[in-house]
Design a protein around this ligand. Structure first.
Ligand code: M6R
Length: 608
């Protein structure tokens, strides 16, 4: 999704903007631009395509003088990627410039109104109404003008705004789209995502919906949604900058896959103290925990797949129904929610628009909400009643890896914590689970230590047109994630099917040579999956089976075998997904794809 950066200070703005935009590239974009104030006029440089083109055009920003500016990477929603649709957008007179992330839902009537009043439009975007609204609402004061302009807007926005009449300043506001303010020494910033300014400052303000920030080089003034000035508390970021850089790996995705043992350790270890599961941020009322009668898990993409594994864990241990839903479905289906239900929202970024809407839908119905989130201070983390962080560190590659595995680990921790409070796991069972969770990071390290075989298999199949995944039970949930990982970065058509469902239609697509990846890590349903493997092989499929170590029988029915060590059925998916992530990575890399920034995708989907 779009990335925003803004700078005001003593240095030349454009090189700083370009550098930060580079760090926001992972969010996904198709055009980029900058606006800088120079000699009391706003200069804009923008273009369709990669950021490098903008850097070449401005000689790495050196050709664009000025010490105050805003920059943007655009992920097209309204209007194709083009020069005119790129941000920043100027108002008709050129006195205001705006960068925007989000969608203005009422832009058509606003545009009609502004055209009737003589304002001109050059783009097909929803954003251009904002620059013209700034002019229409001009109060002779940048912050007040922005407050007046946003009163007209419906939808989501993070905005950075310049005025040629106040050449030292940037004004910013957000609603349902991420925006952070950074405080430096004699210079200040706005940005979509903290890692992009970590080399510039570690003191940030997390903007809340409706708050307005006015940045001068020496000071930042905050206004609440009613226009009252207030003092805002800053937040010191203590992550390691190198955590957001590649650290010698060719791609962020490989680095992040290799970080999984550490991410799992960081997520699990602090939550187990003296034989008890203690989840920070979760002060649940014991009586309410006992009365809990249903859990709704809501998420998108891989987080939804993690949620499916959570259902298995929670239903198995708590014996209550668990519903798992895709956030964009949940928010519109009017779910039946009751006070003794819990809604669990899972999101790596904490900024996924549909997941935020689902969270608000649940809160609006008075149901308790718990978020499993990775990004500290993100919207979902702040708005949920309870937040359980996955301590995976910054995840940059669009394809989530450590985000997903730590989500499953967090769901296991949540299960044990609730079962402990409800008296549904004996001391012995809790101890067993504790021991297994503690072993998990080392077991993950073992699986990740040798990927030669995965790499060899990727080299056999990287040019296939279709790849099918099959599995039963938790292996089916795992198939969904394995298939998504593969298709999103390799661009190979792939689908996941419950193995028993194949005969009801999809088996007609199996031809001699079609690759079927069969997951058989769950002991209970493995024999049934073996029968399904035989059915596809009888139609000429080539079968790559993923099974537990020592499962010799699989050798006789599959063409190729990948093995993972056995830990326990409930936690096995965390180990079993690792070879599938690696397989997707190598297939994508062999196809010469942009592994970290696959086409058409954004790291965090901040629009509906
Ligand atoms: O940030 P979130 O966890 O809310 O993101 C949800 C999905 O957009 C995300 O998992 C997506 O499916 C990934 N690209 C998959 O690798």
């Amino acid at each position: 999704m779009c990335g925003i950066i803004g700078y005001t200070g003593p240095r030349q703005a454009a090189p700083i903007l370009l550098d930060a935009l580079k760090k926001l590239e992972y969010r996904g974009y198709d055009s980029a631009g900058m606006a800088v104030i120079s000699l009391d006029a706003i200069q804009v440089r923008k273009m369709r395509g990669r950021l490098q083109l903008l850097a070449n055009m401005t000689r790495d920003g050196r050709d664009l003088p000025g010490t105050v500016g805003i920059g943007h990477t655009r992920w097209a929603t309204h209007g194709e990627p083009s020069y005119y649709n790129s941000h920043p957008h100027l108002s008709s007179s050129g006195r205001f410039a705006v960068v925007h992330n989000g969608i203005i839902e009422n832009y058509r009537p606003l545009k009609d109104m502004l055209i009737a009043k003589g304002y001109t439009f050059l783009s097909a975007t929803d954003t251009e109404v904002i620059s013209n609204l700034m002019e229409y609402c001009d109060q002779g004061d940048l912050a007040r003008t922005l407050m007046a302009a946003v009163k007209h807007l419906q939808g989501s926005y993070a905005l950075g705004v310049l005025s040629a009449d106040e050449p030292d300043r940037i004004a910013a506001v957000r609603r349902d789209s991420p925006l952070i303010v950074g405080r430096g020494e004699g210079e200040n910033f706005i940005v979509s995502d903290i890692p992009a300014i970590l080399s510039l400052t570690r003191d940030v303000y997390l903007m809340k919906d409706g708050e307005v920030a006015l940045l001068d080089p020496e000071k930042i003034t905050f206004f609440d949604p009613y226009g009252e000035q207030f003092d805002k508390e800053s937040f010191h970021v203590d992550w390691d900058v190198s955590a957001a850089e590649k650290g010698g790996y060719e791609h962020f995705m490989m680095k992040e896959m290799m970080e999984q043992p550490t991410a799992l350790r960081e997520t699990i270890r602090p939550r187990i103290k003296d034989g008890r599961f203690v989840l920070d941020g979760l002060q649940l009322d014991p009586d309410w925990v006992k009365s809990l009668s249903m859990v709704h898990i809501v998420a998108c993409g891989s987080a939804y797949h993690a949620g499916r594994l959570g259902k298995n864990l929670l239903e198995g241990r708590l014996g209550i129904p668990v519903d798992v839903d895709i956030a964009s479905e949940f928010r519109y289906r009017q779910p039946i929610l009751k006070p003794e239900h819990l809604v669990v929202i899972i999101s790596q970024s904490g900024e996924t628009a549909d997941s935020i809407a689902a969270l608000r839908e649940a809160k609006g119905k008075g149901v308790k909400t718990l978020a499993i989130v990775n990004v500290v201070g993100s919207t979902i983390a702040r708005e949920a009643d309870y937040t359980l962080y996955t301590w995976a560190g910054p995840e940059i590659a669009v394809a989530t890896t450590k985000g997903y595995t730590t989500q499953v680990a967090a769901l296991a921790l949540l299960t044990c914590c609730l079962a402990q409070e409800r008296g549904q796991m004996s001391g012995e069972e809790l101890q067993q689970m504790e021991a297994l969770l503690m072993k998990l990071p080392d077991a993950a390290e073992e699986v990740l230590s040798d990927h030669k075989e995965v790499q060899r298999l990727a080299s056999l199949f990287f040019n296939h047109k279709d790849i099918f995944f099959i599995g039963r039970g938790i292996d089916y949930s795992l198939s969904l994630e394995g298939s998504l990982k593969l298709k999103e970065i390799s661009y190979i058509h792939s689908e996941a099917q419950p193995a028993g469902e194949l005969k009801h239609g999809t088996i007609s697509l199996i031809q001699p040579g079609t690759l079927v990846i069969a997951l058989a890590t769950g002991k209970r349903l493995r024999d049934k999956t073996i029968s399904n493997i035989q059915e596809v092989r009888a139609r000429g499929a080539v079968v790559l089976a993923l099974c537990l170590e020592h499962d010799e029988e699989i050798e006789s029915v599959a063409d190729h075998v990948l093995r993972v060590p056995f830990l326990c059925e409930e936690l096995e998916p965390i180990l079993a997904i690792l070879p599938l992530q690696l397989f997707a990575y190598y297939v994508a890399a062999l196809n010469g794809n942009d592994v970290d920034k696959p086409r058409n995708l954004a790291k965090s989907v901040t629009v509906e």
